[in-house]
Write a protein that binds this ligand. Structure first.
Ligand SMILES: Nc1nc2c(ncn2[C@@H]2O[C@H](COP(=O)(O)OP(=O)(O)OP(=O)(O)O)[C@@H](O)[C@H]2O)c(=O)[nH]1
Length: 274
């Protein structure tokens, strides 16, 4: 799973830049407190080298009362990026949110979260990307926070490291073990495709795995600027899907420990521009 996992032990990279809760990871995440909006059903679509699948669900919204109005005005989608250490999670999130490849990275400790506002069908949405730690020792205390109120999950492997692909099953099990609904959209990303001479994970093998887990597959490179659009597609496909799923029809409001709990009915729209 990670560098500390049974299959592979690896080095300590490091999260270049970003705006995170970051290193150390034990402080409370502001981002985790606010929004939970969520998912229903809609067909996945193909984008670049991606494959389609579908799923459905109902959901609930939990907003801290003080931020209720603001949160409804600007929706925030929490997307977590999961996978072995060194597969390029930091670089992918950096590429999407900052538009570049970091010169240098170090092992992510806890989490780094970065936000990018995107416009979809006239609505500005904040895509909040949680770059998680791949090394077990740097993620232990944070795992609950990763999965809490998550809207979508990006599983990453390194196309030049078969072990990182094999470990995906463990990452998926961890995700399922944290009660992440099967209907929360998930995608699979094979990173480092620029290293063409070193590829160990054939596309057809990855595709088969993605299909069997109802996920889109993106094969891309955080490093190669020509692939930046494909990197954007990973997150935009999820944002479009989440937006389409969320027509908020509040049915029930109840107060719980100073928080307002809203039950929402979701409605599927199919006019996503992506
Ligand atoms: N060639 C190539 N190298 C990459 C790519 N993406 C990341 N790397 C390199 O892979 C190493 C690890 O990248 P990170 O983004 O730090 O990996 P990580 O998955 O965030 O690692 P942890 O924080 O330990 O979980 C760094 O040396 C990057 O420069 C890519 O697309 N192509």
């Amino acid at each position: 799973m990670s560098k500390d996992s049974p299959e592979e032990e690896s080095r300590a990279p490091g999260s270049g830049g970003g705006g995170g809760a970051g290193k150390g990871g034990s402080r409370r995440n502001r981002a985790d407190d606010n929004v939970t909006i969520l998912t229903s059903s809609m067909d996945f679509y193909r984008a670049g080298r991606s494959r389609a699948s579908s799923s459905s669900l109902t959901s609930s919204v939990e907003l801290s009362s003080s931020s209720l109005e603001t949160s409804i005005q600007t929706r925030i989608f929490k997307i977590i990026v999961i996978g072995d250490s060194n597969v390029g999670k930091t670089c992918l999130t950096f590429r999407f949110t900052g538009g570049s490849f970091p010169d240098k990275t170090e092992a992510t400790i806890g989490v780094d979260f970065r936000e990018k506002p995107v416009e979809i069908e006239g609505e500005t949405i904040k895509v909040q990307v949680w770059d998680t730690a791949g090394q077990e020792r740097f993620r232990k205390s944070m795992v609950e926070h990763y999965y809490r109120n998550v809207h979508a999950v990006v599983f990453v492997y390194d196309v030049t490291k078969m072990a990182s692909f094999r470990n995906l099953q463990t990452w998926i099990e961890e995700c399922n073990g944290h009660r992440v609904s099967a209907s929360v959209p998930r995608v699979l990303v094979g990173n480092k495709c620029d290293l063409v001479d070193q590829i160990q994970v054939p596309s057809n093998m990855a595709l088969k795995f993605a299909d069997s887990h109802n996920m889109l597959l993106f094969e891309t490179s955080a490093k190669d600027p020509k692939e930046s659009q494909n990197v954007d597609s990973i997150f935009m496909s999820l944002a479009c899907r989440l937006k389409a799923q969320k027509s908020l029809l509040y049915r029930d409001v109840e107060r719980e420990d100073g928080r307002v709990r809203l039950t929402q009915e979701t409605e599927t729209k199919t006019n996503c521009p992506c």
